[in-house]
Design a protein. Structure first.
Length: 226
């Protein structure tokens, strides 16, 4: 079945319709985002906080979980999905020292349809190796892809929702210039050098590369400017 056919079958199912009506009866005909009264029940949209896909729609802990469903009006639903004039793209530069939690922060805050630009992930995509293993010989190829994606974000090329640019960006001048060029908000993952060392000691992926990554941490803090 095609993607849309699978989801259409779910939304036409008795289980989904029963749950939607139950939520309306329990919570009332109000938008849970803006608080407006929705006079016609047909206009009450049961919005999944985790976007449904063919891969997760049959996981009822997601698709039929009341805690992951909001009752919203059409206007708020369009804002949520950035449709019909609500498609403003937001850009975030997430920066900080190695092992400060940048990737975890983005993973917890991004949504399906966002674009993520990260050198570690690009190295992994190009080399087939783990993100912490970055062959020097591939740098020119990886930075070329990175710069192309940055240009796409700068020109707002494509249909992505929000953009997340991950990096160390220790130098304030370069960091602020990139932020201005992209119209981006800066998000700093605050972590002391000692805390980064502690994370490195318990990181299973880097247990054979601790000295290498310790030098990366030291270099970042030596060059960081507020």
């Amino acid at each position: 079945m095609a993607k849309h056919a699978i989801l259409k079958t779910f939304y036409a199912s008795g289980k989904w319709r029963k749950l939607r009506l139950m939520l309306i009866n329990d919570r009332g005909p109000y938008c849970e985002q803006c608080g407006d009264l929705i006079t016609e029940s047909i206009n009450i949209i049961a919005h999944h906080k985790i976007e449904l896909t063919p891969e997760n729609v049959k996981d009822y802990n997601i698709s039929l979980n009341p805690d992951l469903i909001e009752l919203v009006c059409f206007d708020c639903h369009n804002k949520e999905h950035k449709r019909y004039g609500y498609n403003q793209k937001h850009v975030y530069i997430v920066y900080g020292p190695p092992l400060s939690g940048k990737h975890t922060f983005v993973k917890h805050n991004m949504k399906r349809g966002d674009i993520v630009v990260d050198m570690d992930m690009l190295y992994a995509a190009v080399s087939g190796l783990p993100g912490y293993d970055k062959p020097d010989k591939l740098f020119s190829n990886v930075i070329g892809i990175h710069n192309l994606l940055i240009d796409h974000i700068k020109t707002r090329y494509g249909k992505w929702n929000n953009a997340w640019v991950i990096g160390g960006y220790a130098d304030k001048h370069k960091r602020d210039k990139l932020s201005n060029d992209l119209g981006a908000e800066l998000v700093y993952c605050d972590m002391t050098q000692e805390e980064c060392f502690e994370r490195l000691l318990i990181d299973e992926d880097r247990k054979y590369r601790q000295e290498e990554w310790k030098s990366y941490i030291v270099k970042w803090f030596n060059t960081y400017t507020v």
